[in-house]
Design a protein. Structure first.
Length: 464
């Protein structure tokens, strides 16, 4: 097999995250963006020893698992919803199998096995999202064009492209309110002849449309992100948005100016065009104030399932000091506060910490303390010792230098919530090597139709 050669084959299985396995006489090839059972054509684009990767060119035959028609007009060109043609039950089964295989390998390596050499823990499968579509409470849409010098588009990047943007006028991951707003903004911007920001030349005006909608409250925040290269009057756009027939209600319209060279959504200056710069969402009886850049679980429906599972795994924390590490806006801290002596949340993003403090006050919670800083450094400064630790790190997992500090506390039990099972499997090996065992695991699908999945793990310290 050589780079540039084209082959055909069947995707036999898909490993996390969306790594299809194709077995040919010439060797095994990893082909991303496929579904088990599809016959695909691909070109070899990477080869290093026995590791061979292919880029998908075309699906020649559908998988037997693809029993549904596409739900939106830009599938499969858009890379957002890889699995929408599979029944939801099949998506859940595949994700659970992917996570179990990763964790089984980690436990076998770590020596947590029964007399037959099989991994020895309770795997409780996967819990689905209560809502399969229209679940995202936050979406970042990009301005661009679908092809070079084409008309202005607003939506999501074409699969494998950092430039081409597909119009997401019927995206099924978000509530219809959001697609109505997207259509209104696109029409207005086309009428005005606004240009989009070209990443290479650093010229142009329009960058992103950031929409946030409370799933439980229906409150909507509209954030139009542009450069400072033009300074138009947006009063007409504001009027049109407020006149839209929506199920929810727009509570704030913001013009965010961002002149950063990198393609990230951030603010150099925020101008309030209408209403306020925040909205409210509710989870498990608690109220959360969310600003444009606050971190919040993107699927509020499944977040309730996730946090209920975590609470069940955490168990009784009465009279305990609990450390909530990587605490974000303090959702877990506040859920635990009712049944703990004190909860100390640590989070590196200062805005998230300020939001956590404000939300705790909003909910009348007085036994939560939030510290802004890197977990690695903060643990050296905190005088209290935890009785229980909750970990909810970012995708890359726990910093390798922070992990030994966490283990050194020697707490009897921990709960680890992970949004990337490969990072989780790596971190678990360190816990297993240092006197912990995995008691039980449950997955929660917060990201239906996509490759992502959340995993909750309960760890118990071994007593010798």
């Amino acid at each position: 097999m050589k780079k540039g050669e084209i082959y055909q084959g069947i995707i036999e299985k898909v490993d996390f995250p969306n790594k299809g396995r194709v077995c040919l006489e010439e060797g095994k090839v990893t082909v991303k963006n496929g579904i088990p059972g599809q016959k695909v054509q691909f070109v070899i684009n990477k080869k290093k020893g026995k590791k061979i990767e292919g880029r998908l060119l075309e699906v020649l035959e559908k998988s037997p698992l693809e029993t549904r028609n596409p739900m939106c007009s830009i599938f499969p060109a858009c890379g957002g919803c890889m699995y929408q043609t599979m029944p939801y039950e099949e998506q859940l089964k595949m994700k659970a199998d992917q996570v179990k295989e990763l964790l089984d390998d980690a436990l076998i390596k770590g020596g947590q096995t029964d007399e037959k050499g099989c991994p020895d823990y309770i795997f409780q499968g996967i819990k689905g999202s209560p809502q399969e579509f229209a679940y995202r409470n936050k979406m970042e849409f990009s301005f661009g064009d679908e092809y070079k010098d084409g008309p202005l588009s607003l939506g999501l990047h074409k699969k494998g492209s950092t430039y081409d943007v597909l119009n997401a006028l019927d995206c099924k991951l978000v509530h219809e309110d959001m697609t109505k707003i997207l259509g209104c903004v696109l029409e207005y911007c086309r009428e005005q002849g606004f240009t989009y920001y070209h990443k290479m030349q650093h010229t142009g005006f329009l960058r992103h449309l950031l929409l946030r909608r409370g799933n439980t409250t229906g409150e909507i925040l509209v954030n139009l992100v542009t450069t400072s290269q033009e300074n138009p009057d947006f009063s007409e756009l504001t009027r049109r948005l407020l006149d839209l027939p929506l199920e929810g209600k727009i509570v704030g319209i913001l013009h965010i100016i961002n002149d950063a060279l990198s393609d990230t959504v951030r603010s150099d200056e925020t101008r309030l065009l209408y209403g306020k710069d925040y909205f409210y969402e509710e989870i498990l009886g608690l109220k959360f104030k969310i600003t444009p850049f606050s971190f919040f679980q993107p699927n509020s429906y499944a977040a309730q399932v996730l946090y209920n599972t975590a609470r069940e795994y955490i168990g009784d924390t009465r009279d305990m000091t609990v450390f909530d590490l990587y605490s974000g806006t303090g959702t877990i801290s506040q859920i635990l506060a009712e049944v703990a002596k004190e909860v100390i949340g640590v989070e590196i993003v200062e805005e998230a910490v300020e939001a956590a403090k404000e939300n705790a006050a909003l909910n009348g919670i007085t036994n939560c303390r939030f510290i802004a800083g890197d977990v690695l450094k903060v643990l050296d400064q905190v005088e209290e010792k935890p009785d229980f630790i909750v970990l909810d790190p970012p995708r890359d997992g726990i910093h390798p230098k922070a992990l030994p500090k966490i283990i050194q506390y020697g707490v009897d039990k921990l709960v680890y919530i992970s949004c990337k099972p490969t990072s989780l499997a790596r971190d678990l090996e360190m816990f297993l090597a240092n006197g912990y065992r995995v008691e039980k695991v449950c997955c929660v699908d917060q990201f239906c139709q996509t490759v992502h999945v959340e995993t909750v793990v309960r760890l118990q310290r071994k007593h010798t």
